[in-house]
Design a protein around this ligand. Structure first.
Ligand SMILES: NC(=O)c1ccc[n+]([C@@H]2O[C@H](COP(=O)([O-])OP(=O)(O)OC[C@H]3O[C@@H](n4cnc5c(N)ncnc54)[C@H](OP(=O)(O)O)[C@@H]3O)[C@@H](O)[C@H]2O)c1
Length: 282
């Protein structure tokens, strides 16, 4: 018997999907991963999410919204917390008001980093930066009916990220100073996008999901891996967070794991790094 109203989230069905932040590194990966669907991929120029959702591009309704737009300048948020909140809180509320099933992306920076074993979904939050506070508030306004996907240390072949910065610095210098007292899970955006598709295609329960790469390392370990994998002759000088003197505090320990039995598993960060470099033609 045919269903009169087929479930729009069912895998294989051509869904109408809105992607916000489509020009960002995750937004681009989501467009590749959901290529079989009918995508409305909006960049910052197309729709500023801090504006009301009256934009003509938003008409027609959506089966799913993948909300990847965000203020991601962690140090900039310390200087302008209201600007960050306008995007990460008011913007997320605006996206949620569209009323479609929603995936809202969040971060390991909702934790204070005092734990010494992986953070799971039920752990208490306590952001130490303005960025982390706006993302946590953004989780709340996304609503209880959203998938809140927390991930960590994202990198991809495009946009602003650590891998691209290291490759640029490594080509210019013999040595770079990199923080060695912050530990996290560098996550390739292609792997995160794939895990998100698993989550929505299987219509897993709404709520918080930790989706980050397997394995963990410090930024200095990650930099050394970038140089080794890309064949760049540059030394890494391991420094402390204090020595580097960034304006926003960051959690010293930000390893995310899922305590949910049916959570999609992501590949190891080293595999993500190799895929990213291959996508960059390195
Ligand atoms: N990057 C990380 O390490 C990391 C880690 C954990 C979680 N996350 C979360 O993952 C999601 C995706 O991050 P990402 O790394 O892909 O960031 P990204 O590369 O900085 O992309 C964010 C995109 O949002 C756009 N944007 C900014 N303000 C906007 C606004 N008011 N209206 C519409 N679009 C706006 C940006 O456009 P412009 O550049 O043109 O302003 C950019 O294209 C975010 O929710 C982020 O908080 C990121």
């Amino acid at each position: 018997m045919e269903l009169e109203h087929p479930d729009p989230l069912r895998a294989g069905h051509r869904r109408r999907i809105l992607i916000t932040g489509a020009g960002g590194q995750l937004g681009r990966a989501l467009q590749q991963e959901f290529v079989a669907d009918d995508l409305v991929a909006l960049t910052h120029t197309d729709w500023d999410v801090a504006d009301p959702p009256s934009n003509s591009l938003l008409q027609g309704g959506f089966d799913l919204v993948l909300h990847a737009a965000a203020w991601t300048d962690v140090d900039g948020a310390e200087a302008d917390p209201q600007g960050a909140a306008a995007v990460n809180v008011a913007g997320t509320a605006s996206v949620a008001s569209l009323g479609a099933p929603l995936v809202a992306f969040s971060t390991d920076y909702v934790f204070d980093g005092r734990k010494r074993e992986p953070y799971v979904e039920s752990d208490g939050v306590n952001p130490v930066s303005a960025y982390g506070r706006t993302k946590l508030h953004g989780e709340a306004v996304a609503g209880s009916d959203a998938w809140i996907v927390r991930s960590s240390w994202l990198f991809g072949a495009t946009g602003h990220n650590f891998v691209r910065t290291m490759l640029r610095l490594g080509a210019e210098r013999d040595e770079v100073a990199v923080v060695d007292d912050q530990r996290g899970c560098p996550t390739y955006v292609g792997h995160l996008a794939h895990a998100v598709r698993e989550l929505v295609d299987a219509d897993r329960p709404r709520g918080v999901w930790h989706l980050a790469a397997e394995g963990d390392c410090t930024w200095a370990d990650f930099a050394e891996a970038v140089f080794a994998e890309a064949g760049v002759d540059c030394r890494v000088r391991r420094v402390s967070t204090e020595e580097l003197g960034r304006s926003a505090p960051r959690p010293a320990y930000a390893v995310l794991r899922s305590e949910r039995a049916d959570a999609p598993a992501l590949p190891h960060w080293r595999d993500g790094l190799r895929e990213c470099l291959a996508a960059m033609g390195r």
